[in-house]
Design a protein around this ligand. Structure first.
Ligand code: ZN
Length: 167
């Protein structure tokens, strides 16, 4: 299994390819929302499927080192997620795991939008492209974990939904 550092190095290096791809695609489609892919790639670099572990992850440790208060706020925010999700359960599936993390991340924004009736319909395509960028990074993570991202329904899982490795 890849360590958190290997996952972080891989997703860090993926970002430049996603920047080039998103730039080309954005220019070709004349759609600035495509740049949401870059945001998604950066988000998924810091927000890995391994947040389902109830320990401080490599990227969380890096955030704490960079900015103590922001790093701990980030850790505390994701603590319930680590309690609720079994390691390598639904968090390590695509698209469900990626979608759960994106919804969890945007939950405070969604509450504000709902409470203050803010119209963010124009941002829907941005969120879609953020999901694409995040998905690319999550696929990379899942492949390093020897999990086939697109074989969600065919992989053997135990009763808690965890992938049985080596099957
Ligand atoms: Zn993992």
């Amino acid at each position: 299994m890849a360590t958190g550092k290997i996952h972080a190095q891989t997703t860090q290096s993926n970002i430049k390819y996603i920047v080039v791809s998103a730039t080309g695609l954005g220019i070709y489609l004349h759609n600035p929302a495509v740049f949401g892919m870059i945001a998604g790639a950066v988000i998924a670099h810091w927000l890995t499927p391994d947040y389902d572990l109830n320990t401080i992850q490599y990227t969380q440790r890096m955030l704490i080192r960079k900015c103590w208060i922001m790093g701990w706020a980030w850790r505390v925010y994701w603590y319930p997620y680590s309690i609720l999700c079994a390691h390598r359960g639904s968090s390590h599936t695509w698209p469900l795991g990626t979608l759960i993390r994106l919804v969890y991340l945007l939950l405070p924004l969604a509450i504000l939008v709902y409470c203050y009736s803010i119209n963010l319909a124009g941002l829907a395509s941005w969120v879609g492209f953020i999901f694409v960028g995040q998905s690319l990074q999550d696929w990379s993570h899942l492949r390093l974990d020897h999990i086939m991202p697109y074989a969600v329904f065919t992989q053997k899982r135990n009763r808690r939904g965890k992938v049985k490795l080596g099957v």
